[in-house]
Design a protein around this ligand. Structure first.
Ligand code: DON
Length: 563
């Protein structure tokens, strides 16, 4: 009898942790009006508040982009770049490319030492930074598709930077993981360390330098970042750290409005990102190949369906390496790559049983890696926005611009620094993606909107480097072919093949052991990984009930907020 209270306490703990676990896995939210799904609750809240004040999805997306730069400093950014797909309620669509650019002085061999080896200056420090595109991109989106003033959509980010926010367990653990990498950079230490120790969970992180930068952007728009004081702070940092970005590089930066890439899949329309990202192109190419097979009848995660999907993945990644780069510098046969006829050439060659060794798939090279963030937004009128933007690695180049308070990207590592040499993501690259002055490095980001009968059913995108494409793909297949409910579709374990290395990687519990054995028998080099295969932030429209579902991927711990 005496021990009863202890048992009760243990029982309480058991149910408490069960509840936490359940909440973590079931963080989907539904609403009838608007929805924001992003990696961070404060940022999602900012987007919803903007819509409640009368802003549309684009106003909200711009506000979320600036807010993430404050509250999600490891990937949210103003020192990086990205892509946005907009589909307005009237059906018009646009693809905004605000990818970073190589500085003018960046030549193809700039990261090679005297022995011809690639140095780590391509991943760390000032030299790894491309000319940032985020601020110009967000402002362009607002000007072209928004309804509110910059002053108002940037204000919540300024308040968050000035007043600070509580460091959560997630940011604290990332800081611990990266402590040794961040320490060599005094301006970064100033931001995240107090008396030579990292901030603790629960501490308030105030970012007065970042607030001042945001205020400059608020008062003078693009010039507040690309000219004047902020430009001076960036170029001072470049001088101290041996970087390449000059005032001219900054003043010249322009985002590009492109025509979205449109594909079809079993009666659905896919609206996605064209190059300079490879994301949309690969996604459509893979889906075109898979469309030739009846996935549903092949079964879910059977060795045969995994074989077909993996073969399709390999073909697209081989083409990525061979053909894809910045379209301003290389001619990419886009129409051919996304044609159904081209997919037939590949599908006809897929062996019904055996894996095709990567070296026998005609192509050459590829590249990429992990941190980035995706967010999805819809408003009550049905305007949809999918944004993926990045610093490339977690904390980008790890350099904070002193006095300006933001991280610079290390996107130069998305270029192919030397043919055949793998970058930090284990991928290699070729001529199409070689470094040239002013060129955009090839990306895998794939912000995407899927329509059925002209109405949106999914807004999605992912982080995860080269795994973005295959992560986005599998969630789409789970919904369209396997008719899973959206939460299961997102949380189901995923696999990935990127042609080189010739390796089929998969998340824990993805396959039964007999499926793994069967895949090995077919010639696949299989490997279970603890890292994640993409992390998505999705909006799903249930046309029967009229509910809009916001689903953050449990892999990321993001937050959906609806109203
Ligand atoms: O543009 C790209 O494809 C990469 N820089 C993205 C990196 C990324 O997704 C890292 N996130 N986990």
């Amino acid at each position: 009898m005496k021990r009863k209270p202890k048992y009760r306490f243990l029982l309480f703990l058991f149910f408490f942790f069960l509840l936490i676990h359940t909440l973590e896995l079931h963080s989907q939210v539904r609403s009838k009006h608007g929805m924001v799904v992003s990696a961070n609750r404060l940022a999602s809240d900012v987007g919803i508040e903007i819509m409640k004040k009368g802003g549309n999805a684009i106003d909200a997306a711009v506000a979320v982009g600036f807010a993430l730069a404050v509250v999600f400093p490891e990937a949210g950014n103003i020192g990086g770049g990205g892509y946005m797909i907009v589909r307005k309620a009237d059906g018009t669509c646009a693809a905004l490319d605000f990818r970073e650019k190589a500085p003018r002085s960046a030549l193809s061999d700039i990261f090679l030492d005297s022995a011809g080896n690639v140095t780590d200056r391509i991943t760390r420090g000032c030299m790894s930074a491309g000319v940032p595109g985020t601020v110009a991109g967000l402002i362009q989106a607002l000007d072209d598709y928004g309804t509110m003033k910059l002053k108002d959509v940037i204000e919540p980010a300024i308040i968050l930077a000035k007043n600070g926010f509580e460091i959560d367990e997630r940011l604290r653990s990332k800081l611990i993981e990266y402590e040794n990498d961040l320490r060599p950079f005094p301006s970064t230490v100033k931001l995240f360390f107090k008396n030579d120790s990292l901030y603790q969970e629960g501490d308030t992180l105030k970012q007065s330098d970042l607030a001042a930068t945001l205020i400059r952007i608020q008062s003078t728009g693009i010039d507040g970042f690309y000219k004047g004081e902020t430009a001076r702070l960036i170029t001072d940092e470049m001088r101290r750290g041996g970087g390449l970005i000059t005032e001219d590089d900054l003043a010249e930066y322009k985002p590009i409005i492109r025509k979205p890439l449109i594909g079809t899949y079993r009666g659905y329309d896919i609206i996605t990102m064209p190059p300079s990202s490879s994301g949309g192109l690969c996604l459509i190419e893979i889906m075109n190949i898979i469309e030739k097979f009846n996935l549903d009848s092949l079964g879910y995660h059977t060795s045969q369906s995994v074989h077909i999907i993996s073969e399709a993945m390999k073909c697209a990644y081989a083409d990525r390496a061979e053909y894809m780069g910045d379209p301003d510098y290389v001619a990419i046969p886009v129409d051919r790559l996304i044609s159904k006829e081209y997919a037939s050439l590949y599908s006809a060659k897929i062996d019904p049983y055996y894996s095709t060794p990567s070296e026998s798939i005609k192509a050459r090279v590829v590249r990429e890696h992990p941190n980035t963030t995706h967010y999805s937004v819809v408003d009550s009128s049905g305007n949809c926005v999918a944004v993926t933007y990045t610093l490339n690695d977690l904390f980008g180049s790890q350099v904070v611009v002193d006095g300006a308070g933001f991280f610079l990207n290390n996107e130069m590592d998305d270029f192919s620094s030397k043919p055949g040499v793998a970058n930090s993501y284990g991928l290699t690259g070729g001529y199409a993606n070689s470094i040239e002055p002013g060129k955009r490095p090839l990306s895998s980001m794939a912000p995407t909107i899927i329509l059925k009968d002209g109405k949106p059913i999914l807004i999605l995108g992912a982080r995860g480097g080269s795994r973005i494409i295959t992560g986005v793909l599998q969630v789409i297949l789970n919904v369209l072919d396997y008719r899973m409910d959206i939460e299961n579709a997102v949380n189901a374990p995923r696999f990935h093949h990127q042609w080189i290395p010739d390796e089929l990687i998969y998340e824990k519990d993805c396959f039964n052991s007999d499926v793994v054995l069967n895949l090995q028998e077919r010639g696949y080099h299989t490997k279970e990984v603890i890292s994640k295969i993409g992390a998505l932030e999705i909006i799903y429209f249930d046309s029967d009930s009229g509910w809009i579902y916001g689903v953050p991927d449990f892999r990321e711990g993001g937050v959906a907020v609806g109203y």
